[in-house]
Design a protein around this ligand. Structure first.
Ligand code: 5GP
Length: 118
């Protein structure tokens, strides 16, 4: 099993967060440093360090990231207007927390590829 991460502590409730979703495979909470009006992190409960470390065993949790993203979009009323999903991988990809997570960004036009400029 991989190391415990800051996100593991958020999932366990050791570190407080604005939790918006939790089930047996994934959790979602507001990013502490939002880059858009709505910036939510959807994370696997298992602390997989990065996309480079995934195995076929992880496919149910990885698929769940997308179904939860669709649910959050519906809850926020942006399913049709749009949103952006980002997964940073490794140092050159800008990944800071070594625990797989999908950034969910929404709220107006997000501009070009990558994180919106605020
Ligand atoms: P990465 O750069 O790894 O793709 O994204 C990590 C994200 O985690 C960043 O957007 C950062 O703001 C967020 N983050 C880091 N520490 C915390 C924390 O303690 N709580 C929350 N809610 N978000 C965090």
């Amino acid at each position: 099993m991989a190391e415990e991460t800051i996100f593991t502590k958020i999932i366990n409730g050791t570190i407080p967060s604005k939790l918006v979703y939790h089930d047996d495979l994934v959790s979602a909470f507001a990013d502490i440093n939002p880059k858009a009006e709505h910036h939510i992190l959807i994370v696997t409960n298992k602390p997989i360090p990065s996309v480079s470390a995934v195995t076929t065993e992880d496919e149910p949790a990885l698929g769940r990231l997308f179904t939860v993203a669709a649910k959050i979009a519906k809850d926020l009323g942006v399913s049709e207007s749009g949103y952006r999903l980002i997964v940073n991988c490794g140092p050159d990809g800008g990944q800071e927390v070594p625990h797989i997570h999908m950034h969910f960004l929404a709220g107006g036009k997000l501009g070009g590829l990558g994180f919106p400029q605020r």
